[in-house]
Design a protein around this ligand. Structure first.
Ligand code: ZN
Ligand code: ZN
Length: 435
């Protein structure tokens, strides 16, 4: 018995010393990865600046035993995904990608195949001119205190009001789970890249003040304003101060919140009274752009008296949400007047980090209706009208230089038309170097 014990013990020691592995583990370690297609991007080149519709060509080499992918898709940093077509037996796949549907700047050109191991990406830079599209980002249906239903509202906004961009924002306190599901379903179904952008929204409605939330993933948000600001900043949504009056009463008198400023990008500015709230908020330190949504509770979505101009390289949900995040909006009482406002060549909404000793302001206004003349353009510096011109034409380009004092400053443009319509641009924020 003692001898058998000794033999077993000896065998155990031998196994430990030789490191013998269990059979299953050994098999897994020796299992070979099946060969897969090696892809390279032949066009465009890595680091290339691309614009408009771009030709994409992918070359596939097949190591022994590898098979050609069955399908290939290409996208710039994500959706929309464009299918590529196989060019006979050349090993090449080709197609065209519309770069105007994604935000400007560095993007990854991603190639997806039916074999994850074969997928590749390269870095490119997307650069397309900004265009103006018109939208309404605040309205209601019977899901809170308006009329009819989201499907009717989206159809009206697109086909009767001829809006480019629409976001329904029923009061979240009155929306049920089923209604919230329907709001999202209808908004996503109505969206059509290149033609009409829609995404879901909600209005956070407290005595303290009303705030719109764009593209929220949930309808459950904190009641307490400070907690709400933090939750919104953490969630990465875009917020808007709604109907702020003159800014002294609602939203705690627009007291600055660092967490809130991260998520808050917009404020309704549709009258001289709301302009006071806008300037008060800017002077308090908020980085926000004016919005001209109409907050209708009637069946006339996007067909009232105020609209929002949104500057994007092309009409897509990604671009519009990017524009809102970067404050590239203006408020307009005219349905189709286009406004461009740049400071040191940066678009409206920009925060320029590099200190400067002077600013070059460029304002471009263009109303497509002959005779719908611009009577006055004012440039505001830190909330005060600093310079003006009186074009008396439907189209005008105005450029001016101004010296800058040390410290932080902001500029925006206010345009008046002869018929009384007013347009407010988003500000640009700068730091004066004092040299
Ligand atoms: Zn409201
Ligand atoms: Zn409302």
């Amino acid at each position: 018995m003692a001898r058998i014990f000794a033999i077993c013990f000896a065998l155990l020691i031998v196994q430990c010393v030789t490191g013998a592995e269990p059979a299953a583990k050994k098999e897994a370690a020796t299992k070979k990865v099946p060969p897969f297609a090696k892809l390279t991007v032949a066009q465009p080149a890595a680091q290339q600046t691309v614009s408009g519709c771009i030709d994409v060509c992918i070359k596939a080499e097949l190591p022994d035993g590898a098979s050609m992918p069955v399908a290939m898709l290409v996208g710039l940093g994500g959706a929309p995904w464009t299918p590529l077509a196989k060019k006979g037996d050349t090993g090449e796949w080709a197609g065209q990608l519309n770069s105007t549907l994604v935000p400007n700047g560095p993007q990854k050109l991603i190639v997806l195949t039916d074999n994850k191991r074969a997928n590749i990406s390269i870095d490119v830079v997307v650069s397309n001119p900004l265009q103006v599209f018109f939208g309404d980002l605040h309205s209601h249906t019977s899901y809170s205190d308006g009329t009819l239903a989201p499907a009717v509202a989206h159809d009206y906004a697109r086909n009767t009001s001829k809006l480019d961009i629409f976001c329904l924002t029923d009061h979240l306190e009155g929306v049920s789970d089923d209604e919230w599901l329907d709001m999202r379903r209808v908004a996503f179904a109505a969206n059509e890249d290149g033609k009409f952008v829609s995404f879901p929204g909600l209005e956070w409605t407290k005595k303290w003040g009303h705030i719109n939330i764009y593209d929220p993933k949930t309808r459950v948000w904190p009641e307490d304003p400070a907690e709400f600001y933090k939750a919104a900043a953490d969630a990465g949504v875009v917020l808007k101060f709604n109907h702020p009056g003159d800014g002294t009463v609602t939203h705690d008198g627009l007291a600055y919140s660092e967490a809130g400023d991260k998520a808050m990008q917009l404020m309704e500015v549709r009258s001289d009274v709301e302009e006071k709230a806008f300037i008060r908020a800017l002077n308090n330190g908020w980085h926000i752009a004016p919005d001209g949504s109409d907050d209708t509770h009637s069946p006339n979505w996007g067909n009232v008296k105020t609209w929002t101009g949104i500057l994007v390289p092309g009409l897509s949900e990604r671009n519009v949400l990017d524009a809102l995040k970067n404050r590239r909006t203006y408020s307009t009482l005219d349905r189709n007047c286009r406004l461009g406002f740049e400071v040191n060549r940066a678009a409206m909404g920009s925060v320029l980090e590099e200190p400067c000793s002077s600013v070059q302001l460029a304002i471009h206004v263009e109303d497509p209706d002959a005779g719908d003349n611009i009577s006055l353009i004012e440039v505001f510096e830190d909330g005060n009208a600093a310079d003006r011109c009186e074009p008396n034409a439907a189209k005008h380009q105005w450029e001016l230089n101004r010296p800058v004092k040390p410290g932080k400053h902001y500029y925006f443009a206010k345009v008046k038309q002869a018929d009384g319509n007013v347009i407010w641009s988003a500000p640009v924020w700068i730091t004066g170097s004092g040299q």
